[in-house]
Ligand binder design. Structure first.
Ligand SMILES: N=CN[C@@H](CCC(=O)O)C(=O)O
Ligand SMILES: [Zn+2]
Length: 403
């Protein structure tokens, strides 16, 4: 079954050549993109959709969310808006509520959050554990996450639970807890920050998880300068997320990590993506991550929602893109790229693999997964020009119409 989507005013491909086509068309066949180009040259298909002069771009790749949780942190948010600052300790409130929620209810909550994201144009989504913090509940979160998200990250090292010794808890994270989550996860993460895990503890977690075959990522430099970025680069993490407080040395280390990468062909050795989380920065009143500076230095940048109940209770990637343009000084093309191709790069899914039939996501090209969104607007510029407007008009996820 094939579908021709035609009469597209602007097709922002985010492919390796950064092509933006006018008066374009796309053919979707099964789960893949079978053809794209000028509408005048489009081949016939079983079915046709008239875009009516709207814009089409890749679906958002949200490479950083925490969706498996229960409970509410409105009071903490209100206190923060009244002047209090965010601290890692708030995580414990969500851990408590999450542990007290049944599998069925927790799954329903997570599924509803994924649906919310998809209805706003997200077509590929990562989510993390991290609100279980004991072997039983981390394994449960990982299992539930694996039923609702495309990619699952083990974040047992989110917070040292009250009453636990930090080093003993780190041993647990590196040992029995890792064994219990291992069947469900592809990535491991650590919150390397004052009040969470030290550099030494973070290193132990990342090394143990890497040895177990997981890809690694880091929450770093969110609340102040710290060792997260350097550790992430040194250990070859796929991404360091937050990256608000960066020294010149941090930016240089991230840039250096990309020296073996050829952006024009998408080949070579990937470095560490800097994943900026602007919705979180606004909600915690932190300075926005220096996305402009990172791009100018040659760092590959992603934008993600960081949807979670504490610091960023939104899965709106369009909001992140608008903020990146309006306040972080990215161009629309750069911001959309960071929210699509950048996220895919941070998840090592930008190129796909022939061997297991895994298709590339985050950009539009023949053979890639047919993950597309159509805006109720003639160009992607409207994402920033009309911030906050409900511009998602249609969504295809792996070739299936999801909205
Ligand atoms: N920074 C650490 N973890 C989350 C917040 C989790 C929470 O406060 O519940 C984040 O990415 O912002
Ligand atoms: Zn996070």
């Amino acid at each position: 079954m094939s579908t021709l989507i035609t009469n597209i005013a602007e097709l922002m491909t985010q492919d390796l050549e950064h092509r933006v086509l006018k008066n374009a068309a796309v053919v979707v066949e099964g789960e893949r993109i079978a053809w794209l180009g000028s509408a005048a040259d489009a081949p016939a298909a079983d079915d046709a959709v008239d875009a009516g002069g709207r814009a089409v771009l890749p679906g958002w790749v949200d490479s950083h969310t925490h969706l498996v949780f229960a409970g509410d942190r409105t009071a903490e948010f209100e206190a923060r808006m009244a002047g209090e600052s965010y601290s890692a300790g708030g995580i414990a409130v969500t851990v408590d509520a999450t542990r007290r929620t049944s599998d069925y209810d927790l799954t329903k909550l997570a599924m509803a959050r994924v649906s919310e994201a998809v209805s706003q144009g997200t077509t590929y989504l990562e989510t993390k554990t991290g609100y279980g913090l004991d072997v039983e509940h981390e394994a449960r979160s990982a299992r539930i996450a694996s039923t609702v998200a495309d990619e699952v990250t083990y974040l047992g090292a989110h917070l040292v639970p009250a009453g636990s010794d930090a080093d003993a808890y780190t041993d647990l994270v590196c040992g029995p807890m890792l064994d219990a989550v291992r069947p469900y996860v592809r990535w491991a993460d650590v919150f390397c920050e004052e009040g969470a895990f030290t550099a030494e503890q973070s290193r132990r977690v990342l090394e143990a998880c890497r040895a177990a075959g997981l890809g690694i990522r880091v929450h770093g430099n969110q609340l102040g300068a710290g060792p997260g970025v350097q550790l992430a680069v040194e250990l070859g993490a796929a991404s360091v997320d937050h990256a608000n407080y960066l020294s010149a040395g941090d930016v240089a280390a991230l840039a250096d990590s990309w020296s073996g990468w050829k952006p024009g062909s998408g080949t070579g050795v990937r470095g560490t993506v800097a994943t900026c989380l602007p919705a979180c920065d606004l909600s915690t009143r932190q300075p926005l991550a220096p996305g402009r500076e990172l791009l100018d230095a040659g760092v590959q940048v992603a934008l993600a929602s960081n949807a979670n109940p504490g610091t960023s209770y939104t899965s709106s990637m369009a909001f992140c893109v608008a903020t990146a343009v309006l306040q972080m000084r990215l161009s629309v093309h750069e911001a959309v790229r960071a929210a699509t191709y950048g996220g895919a790069l941070a998840l090592h899914r930008e190129a796909g693999k022939d061997a297991d039939g895994e298709r590339a996501v985050g950009s539009l090209a023949v053979g890639h997964r047919a993950d597309l969104q159509m805006l109720n607007a003639p160009s992607a510029t409207h994402l920033a020009y009309r911030p906050g407007m409900p511009l998602t008009y249609a969504v295809w996820r792996a070739g299936v119409r999801a909205r």
